[in-house]
Write a protein that binds this ligand. Structure first.
Ligand code: ACO
Length: 325
């Protein structure tokens, strides 16, 4: 009998501190940085984001998301034998945020590691977990995206600091006799390292280079709209399906205009696209599982639906996962 993997529970968590565009603009104005609700909504679709308080780490947000995903799956942490955390804002240089999360969950003993693929991190992590389950090395995984991007934002740079937020999303992925994950398609092109990066590093007890996010927004935008269409088509082809089979497109939540353009190219109406960027901003690796869980809990996305998850981000990385819920 073939062995597959299926999502059996979803969860998410947003830190309670919510900032609307107007509130963020007022805070930035104090530092002489000029922006407005109108500009942010028109160029990005973002209306609000959540920021974690000092002392709250990615593993803390991940813990809450995982508890809720486990509850949805009817499992406890002791049932889990694999934890993969996608993050670009880990608690420490090492050990991995996954190991810290494992200890907080009390799920000690199984495999735990981080995946670093920036905003594509969740589709990378889901693909790795699916492969590990199908080959028999794991039975039940927590696959998590968790970020505190507010920690790496330059609040003097209005072209980036208005775009991002903090949060976490998680899924329980279990071995199954029937296919949940149908196909995936991952890519990277390292020649674009410089268009989206945090160039600093730790050396001899000091941070060398800039530890804050740098982005060429227009270059990212142009690359993103091309690769998201390609990845969706490649994934559908691997599963012998077409765009018409997609019930919901759940793209990385970076910018509403990127999502609209992708939907147009795939001939999908916007009412088949899950959009949370307006309320969450760009939460990098957390954005897809956050959007998925939001849509599940709103009753939009239902068991049996065919979902196309798509990520794109720093690296440059991109990819898609097609699945039956
Ligand atoms: N408020 C007001 N004005 C602003 C702001 C702001 N927050 N930011 C930029 N501007 C100004 C610029 O200075 C510029 O002014 P000028 O014409 O006087 O020079 C003007 O607005 C237009 O700037 P552009 O950069 O041309 O604006 P654009 O329409 O390209 O939108 C944006 C910028 C939103 C960043 C867009 O390029 C984008 O969304 N790119 C993709 C970003 C993205 O998705 N990143 C995440 C990738 S995922 C990951 O891995 C993290």
């Amino acid at each position: 009998m073939n062995r597959y993997s299926r999502i059996t529970g979803t969860g998410s968590f947003l830190p309670p501190r919510r900032l609307t565009n107007a509130e963020l603009a007022a805070q930035l104005a104090v530092q002489g940085v000029e922006t407005s609700d109108e500009w942010i909504v028109e160029r990005t679709g973002i209306r609000a984001r959540h920021f974690a308080d000092d002392g709250v780490f990615s593993s803390d947000l991940a813990l809450e998301a995982c508890k809720s995903a486990l509850q949805a799956a009817g499992l406890t942490a002791q049932d889990i034998d694999l934890i993969i955390v996608a993050t670009s804002t880990p608690d420490m240089v090492f050990p991995s945020t996954a190991c810290i999360l494992q200890n907080k969950l009390g799920a000690n003993g199984g495999a735990a590691f981080d995946v670093q693929a920036v905003c594509s991190g969740f589709v990378y992590a889901l693909t790795v977990a699916d492969a590990m389950i199908r080959t028999g090395s794991s039975k039940r995984a927590l696959v998590v995206g968790a970020e505190v991007f507010s920690r790496i934002l330059d609040f003097k740079d209005r072209t980036t600091c208005v775009l991002f937020g903090d949060g976490a999303g998680a899924v329980v992925l279990e071995a199954s006799d029937t296919p949940g994950i149908l196909a995936s398609d991952l890519h990277a092109d390292g020649k674009h390292v410089g268009i989206l990066c945090v160039p600093g590093h730790v050396s001899n007890g000091h941070i060398l280079g800039d530890p804050l996010l740098k982005m060429d927004g227009q270059a990212v935008f142009k690359l993103a709209v091309g690769v998201l269409e390609e990845a969706a088509r490649a994934t559908l082809a691997k599963a012998n399906l077409t765009e018409a089979d997609i019930d919901w497109l759940i793209p990385h939540q970076a910018n509403i205009r990127i999502m609209q353009s992708t939907a147009r190219k795939l001939k999908l109406p916007m009412d088949k696209v899950v959009v949370t960027v307006d309320q969450h901003g760009n939460t990098s690796a957390a954005s897809i599982p956050l959007a998925l869980d939001t849509a599940v809990r709103q009753g939009k996305v239902k068991p049996g639906d065919t979902l196309m998850l798509e990520g794109v981000g720093g690296g440059f990385t991109w990819g898609a996962v097609l699945l039956n819920l």
